[in-house]
Design a binder for this molecule. Structure first.
Ligand code: 13P
Length: 253
């Protein structure tokens, strides 16, 4: 058994206005008030962060942003810095989500810059990696993940790994209803942990939480979470409705 505390995280993507986000987070606070065996995190859009932070104040739900820039300030129109996220109340930031890679030119190199900037600022990064459908079909899953981890995490020290959360999100499973089987998820998670152990040592690798993301829903969450190396879920669609997301948080019941 591991000592890693499960984490259920909701990535709201480009959904919910400020008032909608406040209402959803209020409901979520009520629905998850009794949970203490599982960590809970939500990532609303930038425009709702400060308002949601007010709702979450004094609760156990953690607040994440969905992206950030690596510079602290400057002439970068449309970008948001780590210091802005912290002042809005964030403790975590999602980096390298496949939608950012696919649609907004995110690369392992920019993920690496952002990762270092987040750590330097004291924000905990949730770094997303994952292979596409064609990469899986061509048998390239592990080599793609190796490259994403090696380049994305380049220059990180063992100490930094204590702050890191990794999210394995196979691109073919995101928003498609096609979930990786629990065995497929476990196979990749164990592989990733093995790679981390080679670079940073087993003791540290054993502490890193590796989340699975891709069509997680109430009907499949328990099976995924039962896997030894699946330490949590990063949830898109099923995180938008507080009742549904709360069912995921209560997957042990
Ligand atoms: P879905 O849960 O909608 O498949 O999205 C997963 C995801 O991208 C979470 O970051």
């Amino acid at each position: 058994m591991t000592s890693r505390k499960p984490l259920i995280a909701g990535n709201w993507k480009m959904h919910k206005t400020g008032p909608e986000a406040v209402e959803s987070s209020r409901q979520l606070v009520k629905l998850t008030a009794a949970v203490d065996q599982v960590d809970v995190m939500i990532a609303p859009p930038f425009t709702a962060l400060a308002q949601v932070a007010e709702v979450l104040r004094g609760t156990r739900i953690m607040l994440a942003a969905q992206n950030m820039h690596w510079e602290t300030r400057g002439a970068f129109t449309g970008e948001i810095s780590s210091e802005m996220l912290i002042s809005a109340g964030c403790t975590h930031v999602i980096l390298g989500h496949s939608e950012r890679r696919q649609f907004f030119g995110e690369t392992d190199q920019t993920v690496n810059l952002k990762l270092k900037a987040a750590l330097a600022a004291g924000l905990r990064p949730v770094v997303c990696i994952g292979e596409s459908e064609s990469e899986r079909e061509e048998g390239k899953t592990f080599s793609v993940l190796d490259k994403q981890v090696q380049n994305g995490l380049k220059g990180l020290l063992s100490d930094d790994l204590k702050e890191l959360i990794l999210a394995y999100e196979p691109v073919w499973a995101i928003g498609t209803g096609k979930t990786a089987s629990s065995q497929q998820a476990q196979e990749v998670h164990a592989y990733l942990r093995g790679q981390l152990a080679e670079t940073y040592g087993r003791a540290i690798a054993d502490k890193v939480r590796i989340l699975y993301g891709g069509s997680v829903k109430p009907s499949n969450v328990a099976e995924l979470m039962a896997m030894d190396d699946v330490d949590g879920a990063l949830v898109g669609g099923a995180s938008l409705d507080p009742e549904t997301f709360s069912k995921l948080v209560h997957y042990q019941n």
